[in-house]
Write a protein that binds this ligand. Sequence first.
Ligand SMILES: [Zn+2]
Length: 326
Amino acid sequence: MGLMIGMDIGGTNIVCGLVDESGKLLNKIKQSTEAHLGSGYVFDKISSMVDELLRAANVKHSEVTAIGVGTPGFIDPEKGITVFASNLKWTQVPTAEEIRKRTGIPTFIDNDVRMYVYGEAACGAAKGYEHVLGITIGTGLAAAMVNREQLYYGSGYMAGELGHIPFPEIPYECGCGLQGCLETVVSATGIARQAREQLAAGRDSIMRDWMEAKSINSITAADVSKAYDANDPLAIEIMNHTGTLLGKGLAAAVTLYSPEIIVIGGGAALAGERLFAPMREQLKKSVYSGYWDRLTISQAQMIDDAGIVGSAMAAGQRLLKTQTIE
Ligand SMILES: [Zn+2]
């Protein structure tokens, strides 16, 4: 497969890295996306980032076999189109073609969570496992499945939206139009939301002392973790509630897919055992023991780089497939 470029286009930053065929990240650069300036501007920026990346590594464009791109939202990987990405405000954007035109390198795109999980399965915490379920808990909650090195897409490439399963005990409306979606609680946003709501309702908490310099709305999921470590009853309650709901959501996924390993990544996964302990307890109770006994649960290993490495490796694989077909 030679050298590949992996890229993650997020609402805030674009990160791109040069990856060798073993999945080793050789170097990477990062710039702010500035999506409000339009997709053409973003693609021009990507093109100059590729130039800069290759110049720094003393590598020619012709030595790169493929570019792999992960973007948020609904993607058509076959057509190379970003169908809809709310945080980039892109609808029906021909992302793969725009990048290929500017760089001269074959480009493949896919959903960012899928690429993150693919990276963890190929080179990270799930390396060596055949049946991988990966989830990312960040501003939202999403999942992807890799079965014997193959991603599972589902009809319309829409498989994996674990965060949009509604639960009767969740009172919040979700951006997707449903009521009670799991990610309105199980996400960094959801954890912060619960804390803010309880503080606004007058609940006692150490987080209230931290608000002297901050308003209620500046309380974050990281603050809840910090308060948890100080034995704050409200923070413990929030983590237990969030972890328990995550366990219920995962129970459905585990029963449906029977993974050997669940890899958990994304910003809110940094809460670690504060969230994983109640999740494990609930998950164990909610699935047949045959599933539980064969299951490993692990935090993501590559954290920031999983998406870049995954995009690059997946692009390399897809290029091989195209060449085989031709
Ligand atoms: Zn939803």
